[in-house]
Design a binder for this molecule. Structure first.
Ligand code: NDP
Length: 401
């Protein structure tokens, strides 16, 4: 039984709160804190009604303000913080955890506001400070990064002597009925998908133009979908932790309509993060765009279809070449029915709760800053299906890639 503090009351924060509330035997008291307290109050009320959990408190906090965070953590005294606000706040929340002596878990690596660039270096630099304090910081425990890295760890542990080729494939075949919307925070999402592509091959990074490499990939229960190589953050830690990898790529599906909107948004300057003066006020076009786009947390109402995310891997087992595919499909409707939000928030929130459960029940231990593939994948994957994300695996199939 432990107290947990969740930071961020968006779509993912909502799912994490619901899922923690379903397990009072582990998460006996919950504090949901975010910038806008009314959003926390709304989620807490609904989660308590849906699950019967009796102890969900709420608070307002600016997660970029370390003294505010420290004051709140000291008052509530949680065993750990689950950070599902925005990647801009990773470092301030890690600082506050160090100052108050609590463990940390997040789902996205740090990204400075003024440079559209994400990498682990900033958070890996906290390694010694977390070790010295005897604390654990778990990085990237959503679906991708998160489950995809744990799938890879399972493959390396149980199915291969050496993994050589890794393709993470991420398909959202859902339909939310809107002309254009992003499935998680629009600002973070647009920064990610408009970047140049990048993948790992023969010991170095190969850069591509955005969406330069594409091919049709067959997804289970969905069928063929055009998929594009993009850079995704788990590649950085996976090639470090699995040095036998000769190539590692990340593929994501995008519809033609989505890409057309994205191109227009970029062409007219709305994806820019350079401040401009508008009516005497400084605004950032991408932040303004976020304010007019649909809230991803509220896309669930009419969302149909499913997501399918997994890892296709080639390598060597007992001297023979072997192929392996491990994946999860998640229904947007089922996610909405259970938690009131769509599948992308659900597939992020369920692993965050499951990772927190691993830490609080002593199944993931250690000190310092760790990516999820550094832990034993077995207890996590044993729980993941039970928590709402069942997974499947097959060997020796045609990988297509
Ligand atoms: P949302 O934009 O819906 O929610 C973000 C929440 O953070 C909002 O409640 C927002 O407050 C709050 N917030 C923003 N700034 C601050 C601040 N300074 N202090 C306190 N709270 C703040 O995002 P999502 O729920 O869609 O995504 C949450 C996180 O999950 C993101 O970091 C995203 O990158 C990550 N993610 C990870 C995935 C994975 O598979 N690993 C996949 C999808 C998302 P307010 O309500 O006031 O705006």
């Amino acid at each position: 039984m432990a107290k947990v503090m969740i930071i961020g009351a968006g779509g993912v924060g909502r799912v994490v709160t619901y899922k923690c509330a379903q397990h009072p035997e582990v998460f006996s008291e919950i504090l949901l804190a975010s910038r806008t307290k009314t959003k926390c109050d709304f989620i807490a009320r609904e989660a308590m009604l849906a699950t019967g959990h009796k102890h969900i408190e709420t608070a307002a906090v600016d997660a970029e303000n370390v003294p505010q965070l420290v004051e709140l953590i000291k008052k509530f005294q949680p065993a750990m913080v689950i950070h599902v606000a925005l990647p801009y706040q990773d470092l301030t929340i890690m600082e506050a955890c160090l100052e108050t002596g609590v463990h940390y878990l997040d789902t996205a690596n740090y990204e400075p506001k003024d440079v559209a660039k994400f990498e682990y270096s900033w958070q890996w630099a906290y390694q010694e400070r977390f070790q010295e304090k005897g604390l654990l910081a778990v990085l990237g425990c959503g679906f991708d990064p998160g489950v995809t890295s744990i799938f890879t760890a399972r493959a390396a542990k149980h199915h291969f002597d050496e993994i050589h080729y890794l393709d993470i494939i991420d398909c959202n075949a859902g339909d939310h009925g809107k002309a254009f919307a992003t499935n998680f925070n629009p600002e973070i999402n647009i920064r990610e998908v408009t970047q140049k592509g990048k993948y790992w091959e023969n010991g170095q990074w190969v850069e591509t133009e955005p969406h330069e490499i594409s091919q049709m990939i067959n997804y289970p229960d969905i069928g063929p979908k055009k998929s594009y190589v993009i850079y995704h953050e788990e590649l950085e830690s996976l090639v470090k932790n699995f040095p036998t990898l000769k190539r590692a790529r990340f593929w994501m599906t995008f519809g033609d309509e989505y890409l057309t909107h994205l191109r227009v948004i970029q062409n007219i300057g709305m994806a820019s993060i350079e401040p401009i003066i508008y009516n005497g006020m400084e605004i950032i076009p991408l932040e303004f765009l976020k304010a007019v786009l649909p809230d991803p947390g509220e896309l669930g109402t009419n969302y149909t279809g499913q997501t399918s995310i997994g890892c296709r891997i080639r390598g060597i087992k007992d001297g023979q070449e072997k192929t392996y595919y491990i994946w999860n499909n998640c229904s947007h409707e089922a996610a909405f029915h259970e938690t009131g939000t769509q599948g992308v928030s659900y597939t992020t929130g369920v692993p965050a709760m499951t990772g927190a459960m691993m830490m609080l029940t002593g199944q993931w231990t250690g000190v310092g800053v760790k990516n999820v593939e550094e832990f034993n994948p077995d207890p996590f994957l044993a729980k993941l299906g039970e928590h709402g994300l069942p997974w499947h695996e097959v060997s020796n199939i045609d990988l297509e890639l």
